[in-house]
Design a protein around this ligand. Structure first.
Ligand SMILES: [Cu+2]
Length: 119
């Protein structure tokens, strides 16, 4: 009896999942960027891609310890000297979004920001 209830429950859950909105598909276009962080700026500070692009960012710090976060894409990485961090995500929504340093790095920390434009 319990097994049947369990099977029924799993079936209901699976059916529920299949009715979810499909996430916008990637166009298959990959846009790669090399991004450096230093006190207190990102270079480049503006990244522009098209909706559906897969964005690959190779990030590193050339001065101090910083972070790199894209709050709208649930990305938050720490940048330690001598290490390259690769971030990959699909630009699945149009708009202008900000990215910023997520590790306190001194008096310029709060101004350490960049812009992600998705057309
Ligand atoms: Cu910082």
């Amino acid at each position: 009896m319990f097994a049947w209830v369990l099977i029924l429950l799993v079936a209901v859950l699976l059916a529920g999942c299949s009715t979810k909105e499909p996430t916008p598909a990637s166009t298959g276009v990959v846009k790669e960027f090399t991004l450096t962080a230093k006190n207190w700026e990102f270079s480049p500070s503006t990244i522009r891609v098209n909706q559906g692009d897969t964005v690959v960012i190779h990030a590193r710090t050339i001065e101090g310890i910083h972070g790199l976060m894209f709050p709208d894409f649930n990305i938050n990485k720490r940048l330690d000297p001598g290490e390259e961090v690769t971030i990959t995500f699909v630009a699945d929504k149009k708009g202008t979004f900000s990215f910023a340093c997520s590790v306190y790095c001194g008096h310029g920390h709060t101004t350490m920001k960049g812009t992600l434009i998705i057309d």
